[in-house]
Ligand binder design. Structure first.
Ligand SMILES: C[S@@+](CC[C@H](N)C(=O)[O-])C[C@H]1O[C@@H](n2cnc3c(N)ncnc32)[C@H](O)[C@@H]1O
Length: 288
């Protein structure tokens, strides 16, 4: 299966809802990812006119999109109403943006889009293939799906610490099952996209201490990574042990670091053949 094994939608929605007011201050990596994503958007075309953004959050990428494509209609969708409320407030005056509170795994629209875009969201999905198939259907012929998501090496340092404490029976099981680059590429092919490309890179984020890192995770809504949770609240008092371990193992010049495995996907919808099935060539390809 591609995607996260343990997905609790209500928990994800609540965590992001609660972190909506602190998100912008702490979402340094997510903002960097959004800027990276923008550099890919102008490659296929200079203009898009109908854009669907999945998981708009507080509207950071939405603002970049509105400035880059001022004439486009932009539908900004998110599962957490609190996130949408902040996006609406901060993007007041942008008449081309419409907001929708909905589950981005299964969006329903009457009109087709020429671009579906998403930054740092799909790692919260139950799987990749089904949503990708739905996006393929929602795209105009020649439309694009361009996104960033988090891959299997994300927060590997934190997982190392959690599993060390787990093996001492100090913590409840906390697991993340994030996809590899190859798995996301395979999902794009299976959904029917033509010649998709997935690139990956590791971004290292630095924090003053493990406590600051854990706080950043909590304040960006990331503590819902599994049913059991990874951050304070999910692991209670044992968080002090976790912080001590993290500071000991993953410090560099007095700062701690955390890895984010960024997967950037770029896919074009197949043009439907008159009266027939779409031709899909299965030839997995990834460019480094
Ligand atoms: C890490 S934030 C990214 C927000 C924004 N894209 C950015 O770049 O700052 C993830 C966002 O995805 C939303 N989200 C998570 N699961 C979702 C789902 N199934 N459908 C729609 N939005 C979802 C969360 O509410 C949150 O706003």
């Amino acid at each position: 299966m591609v995607g996260i094994a343990l997905v609790n939608k209500q928990r994800i929605k609540n965590n992001f809802g609660k972190s909506a007011v602190t998100y912008d201050k702490y979402a340094v990596v997510q903002k960097e990812m959004a800027v990276d994503l923008m550099t890919h958007l102008k490659k296929p075309r200079h203009e898009f006119s109908n854009i669907l953004e999945i998981g708009c959050g507080t509207g950071y990428l939405t603002a970049l999109l509105a400035n880059a494509f001022p004439h486009a209609r932009i539908v900004a969708l998110d599962i957490a109403p609190e996130m949408i409320a902040i996006a609406k407030e901060s993007l007041k005056g942008h008449e081309t943006i419409e907001y929708v509170v909905s589950d981005g795994e299964n969006p329903s629209f009457d009109t087709a889009f020429d671009l579906i875009v998403s930054n740092a969201v799909f790692q919260w999905f139950t799987g990749y293939i089904e949503p990708f198939k739905r996006y393929c259907r929602l795209l105009e012929p020649e439309g694009y799906l361009i996104f960033n998501t988090l891959g299997e090496r994300t927060l590997e340092e934190l997982r190392y610490c959690v599993s060390t404490l787990n093996s001492e029976n100090k913590l409840s099981q906390a697991s993340i099952n994030l996809p590899s680059k190859k798995a996301v590429l395979k999902a794009l092919y299976e959904a029917g996209f033509v010649d998709p490309v997935v690139n990956d890179s590791i971004k290292k984020a630095y924090y003053a201490s493990a406590r600051h890192f854990i706080l950043a995770i909590k304040n960006t809504g990331t503590s819902g990574f599994s049913n059991q949770g990874l951050a304070p609240g999910g692991i209670g008092i044992e968080v002090f042990k976790l912080i001590r371990l993290y500071n000991r193992y993953f410090s560099d010049n007095r700062r701690v670091f955390a890895s984010y495995h960024c997967l950037i996907g770029y896919a074009k919808k197949c043009r439907a053949r008159p009266g027939g099935e779409r031709a899909v060539s299965i030839n997995y390809r990834s460019r480094d």
